[in-house]
Structures are given as C-alpha cells and as structure tokens.
Design a protein around this ligand. Structure first.
Ligand SMILES: [Zn+2]
Length: 121
C-alpha cells in the first residue's frame, strides 16, 4: 500500500480510537488488572440511594452500560489491532488468505482485517 494512503487510514484509525476511548470512559473504566478489558462503572449513587425504585433504575442503567461497553470494547480492540498491523507492516492484508484487502473495503472500515471473502459473519 502507498505510504500516503496508509497514513490516511492511520489518521482515521487514531481518531476513532480516541473517540472510542472517550466513550468507553463515559460508560466504564479500564480494568486495573487487565488494561485490555473494560468494565461498566456503577453509578456512585447506586450504593448511597435508599430508594428501592431508584436503585432498580440504576441497575438497569448499569446493565445497559455493560451492553454498550461490550460493543465499544470489540470495536476498540479491532481498531487497536489494525494500528498494530500498521506497525508490523501487515496492514491491509487479509488475516485468512494473505491477499490484499480492497481499498474500497478499507475506506468503509479502516479496521478491516480480512478481505470481503473472509468477513466473519
Ligand atoms: Zn481473504
């Protein structure tokens, strides 16, 4: 891949990574024991509010955050992986068959790690 093009994708990935990190921080926190793992952060009021109805709401919110967090985390790790591949020079190459990933596919998803034929379903 041309350097200029790779730089463009790199910028896109870095921007997305920052964005994802912000979102992850707003719904959760990094697991101190495993920096690759994020966990939903319970609202502080959750432990202090005496009202059982409020408490149920908080639990619901916490569960919602956990679901959002999971999706964000998957995407976050994909983007990170793509940036790692850029560093070791294997960016834009299909994980399965080793062929070049079409640029149109990378335009649509700069974090793609497989060609269209080998997209995980
Ligand atoms: Zn492939």
């Amino acid at each position: 891949m041309e350097k200029v093009k790779q730089e463009k994708f790199k910028k896109l990935l870095e921007d997305e990574l920052k964005l994802l990190e912000n979102e992850l921080n707003s719904v959760g926190r990094k697991n101190p024991d495993n920096p690759k793992d994020w966990e939903a952060e319970p609202d502080e009021e959750m432990t202090t509010t005496p009202d059982p109805i409020d408490y149920a709401d908080e639990i619901e919110e916490f569960e919602g955050n956990t679901a959002i967090l999971k999706e964000l985390e998957v995407r976050y790790n994909e983007v990170k992986k793509a940036l790692e591949k850029m560093r070791d020079g294997s960016y834009g190459i299909c994980n399965v068959c080793g062929k070049k990933i079409p640029e149109a596919r990378l335009e649509a998803n700069p974090a793609a790690t497989t060609c269209l034929e080998h997209v995980k379903s």
